[in-house]
Design a protein around this ligand. Sequence first.
Ligand code: ZN
Length: 305
Amino acid sequence: MDQDSSEQQIRAAAFKFLDRLTLEHGEVLPSTELRAGFVFEGQRVPLMGPQGIFKPAVLEWPLSITTVPVVPGKARPYEDELGSDGFLRYRYRGRDPGHKDNRGVREAMQRKLPLVYFHGVERGQYLAEWPVFIVGDEPQHLTFTVQVDDPFASGQDPADQLPDDARRAYATRLARQRLHQLAFRHRVLRAYRESCAMCRLHHKELLDAAHILPDTHPEGEPITSNGLALCKLHHAAFDRNIVGVRPDRVIEIRHDVLEEIDGSMLRHGLQDLHGQPLLVVPRGEGDRPNREFLTRRYQLFLAAT
Ligand SMILES: [Zn+2]
């Protein structure tokens, strides 16, 4: 088998392996399985290595690029910023454009090879996007440009009518948004032991990761300390300022709602929470709701009442 066709076949097998892992684990994949990989014609093919740019021994060119998880309490510049063209920017390894990992990615770009992009959710847990393509190289910024292709372009979506580049920029932006939202949800639900902070409801399907400061807010970052795990009812009530949380984590119900007379759902689901502290908070100090964020959100609640 010549090198080019085996490159393509091994990549296709890697994508199938990811399909299988996703069926088994859902969207968030354990790095142990990604590092172990799969066997192709008697040879092991890991998908992820110790460095961001990874090339398994059986391949000539890199197979994956990885951004590391955010460490709670530690600032990290995003390694997957969007450029003004709508495509992701992925940082070089180190500062030397000639490093062999960077040369490998450049070669993958010239050969239009499909890669996997791994996005760290937390230690040992990753989201994956594939296939992605390297479509640009900016040595002056020490970054590569990454594009997510949209294999499901159906002609139904208005974006399908756009020129290819615009459509791919749109797909890339959506993919990045999806990765960040999934990562945020995963971290927040885990920190709250998959329970609603207000009522303890312990049903993952009925829980959301709510933002304390909305994600449209300049500081509304997708970090756990800006999140609350809330059930659907309490999330909607929180977003609409029917329920507020004081900086000391005590729940308040809006006055007019507190005075309403209705059935048991209103009474037990909302009114009884008034004056109660949050029932579930994360064990880790760095994961708990940031007091400053709560203060500002509570001011928005007061302004709305
Ligand atoms: Zn709840």
